[in-house]
Ligand binder design. Structure first.
Ligand SMILES: Cc1cc2nc3c(=O)[nH]c(=O)nc-3n(C[C@H](O)[C@H](O)[C@H](O)COP(=O)(O)OP(=O)(O)OC[C@H]3O[C@@H](n4cnc5c(N)ncnc54)[C@H](O)[C@@H]3O)c2cc1C
Length: 229
């Protein structure tokens, strides 16, 4: 899996701090913007979460290139509606030699690995036979598995990212999207540490599990944030 932060709103922390401060300041927006030193930003952004004021986080967006993930993952990812996506098309790209994501449980078991590879080979042959018969790619793709690798560009604002992390950095999320969520968290933390220092699964960011009876019972610790994926 590859995750690359392609671009983001310039000075994201200053934008969020200015948007939040503007709500309560008598000065003009331009004055609030120019008055924000890094120290003041840090102090101010620190207070936002405690006020429950998250709408200023919507003013900054982050765009990622995501590659080497499965269609099973992308199906879960696009359920997060407060975002924009562009995904490699199976209608227009020939998938004659499609690559797959192999789940770790399958990879770890020689018999399962062999069975998985055998069935993927059959699907590949079937896809190629259909296209050779003149079936359009958009119809031959009905044979393709969830394991098929895909690529996406995703743009999400900081508020939606915080929500995404609360759900998908969680141990209850499936291993692949959890890996993606932690990788994205790492990328945004590099460029906006003040905005994302509390980001993570609900057990960290909200101090309590949101999974109710489905809880994993193994809350993350603050120190896990630096080692996860
Ligand atoms: C562990 C786990 C298991 C899951 N299992 C399943 C499953 O079995 N089946 C399944 O279908 N999905 C499943 N999902 C997906 C889940 O139901 C959500 O679709 C997904 O997590 C996106 O969350 P969201 O809707 O909060 O995010 P977004 O779509 O980004 O929305 C963010 C927030 O905006 C608000 N919002 C957005 N759209 C609306 C709207 N139309 N009306 C009102 N408020 C809105 C809500 O407050 C929402 O929380 C699972 C998710 C997780 C994390």
């Amino acid at each position: 899996m590859e995750v690359k932060l392609l671009s983001h709103t310039p000075e994201p922390e200053r934008v969020v701090a200015t948007a939040a401060r503007l709500c309560y300041a008598p000065q003009a927006a331009a004055e609030v913007w120019s008055g924000f030193t890094p120290d003041k930003q840090q102090e101010f952004i620190g207070k936002l979460a405690s006020y429950g004021l998250f709408s200023p986080f919507e003013h900054v967006v982050f765009t990622f290139a995501i590659a080497g993930v499965s269609r099973a993952l992308s199906h879960q990812l696009v359920r997060h509606r407060i975002a924009s996506y562009s995904q490699r098309s199976q209608r227009y790209i020939n998938e004659a030699a499609f690559a797959v994501v192999v789940p770790p449980t399958v990879a770890a078991d020689p018999a399962a690995r062999e069975e998985f590879a055998r069935i993927i080979g059959q699907i590949q042959d079937g896809y190629n036979r259909l296209t050779a018969l003149g079936i359009p790619k958009e119809d031959a793709r009905y044979l393709l598995p969830n394991a098929c690798q895909t690529q996406l560009i995703m743009t999400m604002n900081a508020r939606s990212l915080l929500h995404f992390f609360s759900l998908r950095c969680c141990r209850r999320a499936q291993w692949e999207i959890r890996e993606l969520a932690w990788k994205i968290r790492r990328e945004v933390f590099k460029v906006a540490p003040l905005l994302f220092r509390e980001a993570g699964p609900a057990c960290l960011s909200q101090g309590k599990c949101s999974e109710g009876a489905m809880t994993c019972g193994q809350p993350y610790k603050r120190e896990d944030v630096n080692t996860e994926h």
